[in-house]
Every structure is written in structure tokens, then in C-alpha cells.
Design a binder for this molecule. Sequence first.
Ligand SMILES: Cc1cc2nc3c(=O)[nH]c(=O)nc-3n(C[C@H](O)[C@H](O)[C@H](O)COP(=O)(O)OP(=O)(O)OC[C@H]3O[C@@H](n4cnc5c(N)ncnc54)[C@H](O)[C@@H]3O)c2cc1C
Ligand code: FES
Length: 264
Amino acid sequence: MLETNSPVDIRATIVQMRSISLGVSIITLECSEIAASAKPGNFVNIKINDATQPLLRRPFSIHHVRGSLIDLMVKSIGCGTTLFCNAPVGSSVMVLGPLGNSFDRSSTPFQTAILVSGGVGTAPMLFLEKTLVGEGKKVINLIGGRTKNDLLAQNLANCRFATDDGSVGFRGTIVQLLQSELPDLKKNGTLKIFACGPNPMLKALARFCHEHRLACDLSLESLMGCGIGICYGCCVEVSNPEGGSRTILLCQEGPVINAELLQI
Ligand SMILES: Cc1cc2nc3c(=O)[nH]c(=O)nc-3n(C[C@H](O)[C@H](O)[C@H](O)COP(=O)(O)OP(=O)(O)OC[C@H]3O[C@@H](n4cnc5c(N)ncnc54)[C@H](O)[C@@H]3O)c2cc1C
Ligand code: FES
């Protein structure tokens, strides 16, 4: 996976807040230093207020970069994310980033990128899609959720959907959708899969890609504290190519890993 530039820790103003779905907002921050060096797959670690609660920063993928602005797609699930989604425009937060590695767009040749995402795992896909299209790749999005309200496809192109309840698109999981579409997708040349979403989805996808010999990058999640390799809060067990397993710090060697490393 690709390494990232040195992170900076800066105070950034919230310049826009848009609700896009129940409990999900696009939060736009003015932070030119991070915008200038961010790569698709990177994340930022945010201190949402100056109080002691929540004490720790919260990590979010970079959803999109627009000039000096970065967009984050934030789902309100607890104390920190709820505070963040309710923060007034004009207020500021401390932003540490860009952090982590990025999606690997160069080490294996491919013509078409299949971006597979579920729920708020769609967050890093807009930045990735725009970058890949700028590099001349064809991009197809496969987006999954339990129901149509979970699909967060705003501004993404070439989308195909899977929902557990069949309320939109294919009825079934995103991996079943990929399986049914694979013969058609293969007409677009060599494929590479890029994915982000819930861990059970990523495990099923890793298994599928292994069986079908598809190159695949996965962006994983874990609990994180510092985001910079100090607290050891983000330990994840991965397979060792030489056999056995080893522990990585996801904030350092991730969040993107080759799917062959995921323990399935
Ligand atoms: C690299 C990375 C990128 C991420 N990108 C995004 C993003 O783009 N958009 C987004 O909305 N969220 C993203 N997340 C998840 C986000 O960081 C958590 O939802 C957030 O930290 C929760 O904070 P909270 O204070 O609201 O929840 P808390 O009050 O701390 O926790 C509420 C509940 O959520 C669980 N929880 C907390 N963190 C996570 C997590 N990482 N995964 C699963 N469950 C969790 C807790 O165990 C608890 O049950 C990302 C996480 C990582 C590690
Ligand atoms: S989050 Fe602290 S070491 Fe990774």
C-alpha cells in the first residue's frame, strides 16, 4: 500500500454541513494543508471539541477534496459523531492528518476499478473514484445496504445497488451482486476491487476475491485513539505471507490492506 505524507495537526473551520440521509452528514472543513497532500484512503483524526468528553479523537475517511476543502461523510452513532454532526457552521475542530496509507492504484495493472462499499463505508469512494477517473480508469460502484435508506451514493457514477430487503437493486448481499455481475464486469478488461464497509462484508469479499483471483484492497476499521502509532489501540491480526499471522497497527500499516492479508 502507498505511504502518506507527514501529517499536520491544525484547527479547521466547519464551512458547510449537509444532511444526506437519516443520521448521516457531509461535513466540509477548510484545511488547505491536509487537502494538498491527501490521497484516497487516507483518514483524519478529529478532536471534536475542547472539552474532556469525548477525550479521544475520532477517525474519519477523507470523503472528497475540493481545492482547500475536505469533505467528511459522518454517521452519527455515538457521543463524538453526534456532537460533530450537530456542530454549528463557523465553529472549529482540531484535525490531524492526512493519516494512514492509501488505496494502491499502481502496483497491479488494471483497466477497471470496482468500488465495493456498504453503509458509511462508501465514505472514501468519492475521492477514490475522482482520482481514478483522472488517471484514465473506468470506475463502477457496487453499493450495498440493508435497505434503500442505507445507500449513500451521492455524486458517485456508474452505481449498481444491492439491498438485503430488495427495496433497491439486487436483493442480496453486495458479494452476491458482484458474483452475479462478474461475467459482465470482466468485459471491461482487467479488474481491481477496492472496498470499504462492515467487517463481515469485507471478509466475505476477501474470500470471493481469493477464489476468483481478483486483486483487492480493503479499507478496514478498528477502534483508534491517537492515529499515529502511539497508543496501540488499533492492533489488528493479519495473515503473514510467509505463513502464520502478525499484528499490525491499523493507523500505521492501514487502514488499507491487501485482501490476501485479511484473516478469513
Ligand atoms: C480509519 C477509520 C475511518 C473511518 N471513517 C469513517 C467515516 O468516514 N465516517 C464515519 O461515519 N465513521 C468512520 N469511522 C468510524 C468512526 O470513527 C466511529 O463511528 C466513531 O469514532 C464513533 O465515535 P462516537 O464517539 O460517535 O461513538 P462512541 O460513543 O465512541 O461509540 C458508540 C458505539 O460505536 C462503536 N464504535 C466506535 N467506533 C467504532 C468503529 N470504528 N467501528 C465500529 N464501531 C465503532 C462503539 O463500540 C460503541 O458501541 C472510521 C473509523 C476508522 C478507524
Ligand atoms: S490508533 Fe494509536 S496506535 Fe493506532
